[in-house]
Design a protein around this ligand. Sequence first.
Ligand code: GNR
Ligand code: NI
Length: 167
Amino acid sequence: MSLLNILRYPDHRLRTKARPVVDFGNIIENFANDLLETMYAAPGIGLAATQVDVHSRIVVVDTSENRDEPHILVNPSLELHGEVLKVEEGCLSLPGIYEPVSRSQRIVVQAQTPLGESFTFAAEGMLAVCIQHECDHLEGKLFVDYLSSLKRNRIRKKLNKQQTQSE
Ligand code: GNR
Ligand code: NI
């Protein structure tokens, strides 16, 4: 197991569209466990491979109180259902930034395990929000893309300044 480095906005590598996983097995399983370890250490409730500069369709999430309900989703696809509500989001690639984003409150997820088994499940509330946020990362999309360009520019300047000061 190892901790992975998380890319920070506005790093252009966060804009990469991830490719489907075709080779299932131990290598993908080990990588997914590294993603989980990195997510728990951060700490965060989700992490997409894109955020650690791996451009394969793999995300992990755990929105449970006790941090003991990990989900590994390989090649996820979503059906959006239910009400659309604004929920405050954060992102490990934009530390300290929190803004409301409109998301479906219910989703049906189709995905594969690291060994290639297909499964489907329904999710709601924060788990549904988090999975939508992670699937956006695989498309090179970030939650600030839903904000006005004025707000996004302010955030970009703030994070650029923080990163310059910490170097
Ligand atoms: O840790 C995280 N918290 C969070 C809060 C609200 C909506 C989405 C998230 S995901 C985020 C971790 C992250 O950046 N995943 O990509
Ligand atoms: Ni994120």
